[in-house]
Design a protein around this ligand. Sequence first.
Ligand code: NI
Length: 405
Amino acid sequence: MVSTLLTPHTLDLSRIRPVIRALQPDLVQWRRQLHQQPELGFHEEATAAFIHQKLSEWKIEHQTEIAKTGVVAILPGNRPGKTLAIRADMDALPIQEENEVPYKSQHDGHMHACGHDGHTAIALGLAYYLSQHRDYAGTVKIIFQPAEEGPGGAKPMIEAGVLKQPDVDAIIGLHLWNYLPVGTVGVRSGALMAAVECFRCTILGKGGHGAIPQTTIDSVLVSSQIVTMLQSIVARNVDPLESAVVTVGELHAGTAENVIADTARMRGTVRYFNPQYRGYFHKRLEEVIRGICEAHGARYDLDYWQLYPPVVNDAAIADLVRSVAEAVVETPAGVVPKCQTMGGEDMSFFLQEVPGCYFFLGSANAQLNFTYPHHHPKFDFDETVLQIGVEMFARCVETFLRDKQ
Ligand code: NI
């Protein structure tokens, strides 16, 4: 638990707000510029160049080309202390934008449909603010991370040493969240987002005439039984007090109504919160597939991989973020603890290395029609969230990096 001395209520951070409010026109402009030039994972060259240009303009020490396109800004305070990292992802998605707005994507087939343009603008706003307000004990590292949407930029950035020199004591990140209204913050300790695992399986049967099944091994029948039986893993193997999902999202087999299909292909995803289940679903999935295939005399070819671990927040840092959120949104109702999702995020790799907290920043506004979900071709958000994001981070910095009492 964080001691009460660390809560922002004992600090006068109210001076932060007017300074950051004044940044809002810039935040909007940066976000819109980034929105017009969306780039996919590990191709964020123009984005990284934009960040580099701004950081250079503001005379902020930084490194570029970390894990290809990643950028890290280093902002020492005016006295020594701990190091806090702030993480922002900056990649876009292979989606054709359907919004008719002046800042519409200029890259055909690519779109900032998850709000990472906002994350980057918020992190830039924080960098600028901190460059002008160095009154904190310690160092802030701002990590601009590539490829969150895949294949994952957090891990290669950690391998490149972004959590070292100076060693990071804690990390905080946010995701704009259109499932919450603007002016709210979703934060909780423990698991916030799920582990993401994926599989691909081919069932190898024996094709033949649709009217002469006795000479065949029907891959449609085998795969159907596998899909059904896989649901029993969550229903009958997982502790009912835990949460997990097994989804078969693709199943392809057959070419004609009177032909028994030789092969069937399926792809799916597994999600869970409790890190103890790591490895478990792979094992059970293979047991189910093997057992059913053996019963039918079919063979199989299974690929299973773990993409991201669960996003698990440290209790003390989550408490710090929650108390900052209460000060920023000024109403306890605006801090939402029930905000878990089975979505995944590679922020989890950072949180495996150092204690930290990832939180959701409400960005929906029904009146302005900003209600489309993330990854939708009409996704957009209420830009007032940008100044709220900078204020959240700035107060987290000044709360975490305060002098020892
Ligand atoms: Ni995202």
